[in-house]
Design a protein around this ligand. Structure first.
Ligand SMILES: [Zn+2]
Length: 304
């Protein structure tokens, strides 16, 4: 499986959830092994922030990355869209302190990326392949990864009558992301939104970029996009956080009642369990270990 980048640069704008102000983003193609890197294009010297879990500085309600004095928040939906589309390398210039919230999902990002197209790079993609289970449990939250084809199963349990217990499974690294996950919106409770706004937060938050619930039901006129939109959005968040691993996870991931904070604690825990995984480069020539989704490139022999 070869690394990918964008076929050409892509620019879009939207409002920031917390500031309520417009933000412009340009995503540039990047060379193999560059990884996903953000640039605070509005600051002097345009500081760069690597999309890596070691750079996370805040996980309250969104994932915020930081490098020195420069921070960038709400990176998770865009990262999930890039990973969902199979983009390994890109330089993401953001003209503000947060990635635009768009409609609260990764749907607009996924559509823009698909329209822009992709370019295959002549380097193999590296996976973190799990060969022994790794688990982290804290109270009623737990996460575990076991050997197997890449997929994620998420379970949530809320006392709200329209959510309750929801569970969803989706393969990682496939069109399933675009179809099942990308358009699931973030959700919140009216009381929480009102509290945030009186404290000067979520000023850009509205029914245009979140599903908002009160005690009786959904306030958005169109209701949910999927009956289990909430758990699908949690998978979206987890995929965005998973992109901060820097490698593609090759294993079956299960999450119960996660949060950005817990997803990231799990990534750190996983990296610490070095006897349980290895870095794996599925090559077109190592046929015996190739996963079923991997289509080997035909080797016609060296030119004479
Ligand atoms: Zn989210």
């Amino acid at each position: 499986m070869w690394q990918q980048t964008l076929a050409q640069p892509l620019t879009f704008s939207g409002i920031g959830l917390h500031s309520g102000r417009p933000v412009t983003v340009t995503i540039y193609p990047a060379a193999a092994n560059h990884g996903l890197r953000f640039v605070r294009a509005d600051l002097p010297d345009r500081p760069e922030i690597l999309a890596h879990y070691s750079k996370v500085v805040d996980t309250l309600r969104a994932t915020t990355l930081g490098e020195g004095m420069a921070t960038l928040s709400t990176v998770e939906h865009l990262l999930a869209a890039l990973r969902g589309a199979g983009v390994d390398n890109a330089r993401i210039a953001v003209e503000g302190p947060e990635v635009p919230i768009m409609d609260g999902s990764a749907g607009p990002f996924a559509a823009l990326l698909a329209e822009t197209g992709f370019k295959t790079l002549p380097w193999l993609r590296a996976y973190l392949r799990v060969h022994r289970p790794v688990e982290l449990r804290e109270g009623d939250q737990w996460m575990r990864v076991v050997p197997g084809e890449p997929r994620i199963t998420y379970t949530i349990d809320f006392s709200h009558p329209l959510i309750r217990r929801q569970r969803f499974t989706v393969p990682l690294a496939s069109e399933a992301f675009a179809r099942e996950i990308a358009s699931a919106r973030t959700f919140g409770f009216l009381k929480e939104v009102q509290y945030l706004q009186t404290h000067g937060l979520a000023l850009g938050g509205s029914l245009d970029n979140a599903v908002v619930l009160d005690d009786a039901g959904v306030l958005n006129p169109g209701g949910f996009r999927f009956p289990d939109e909430c758990v699908r959005h949690k998978i979206l968040d987890a995929m965005g956080d998973l992109a901060l691993l820097g490698l593609h996870l090759y294993g079956r991931l299960e999450v119960s009642r996660g949060s950005h904070e817990f997803h990231l604690r799990f990534l750190q825990h996983l990296m610490d369990q070095q006897a349980s995984w290895r870095v794996w480069l599925p090559s077109p020539r190592t046929r015996e270990t190739q996963p079923s989704w991997f289509q080997p490139t035909r080797w016609e022999g060296a030119p004479a």
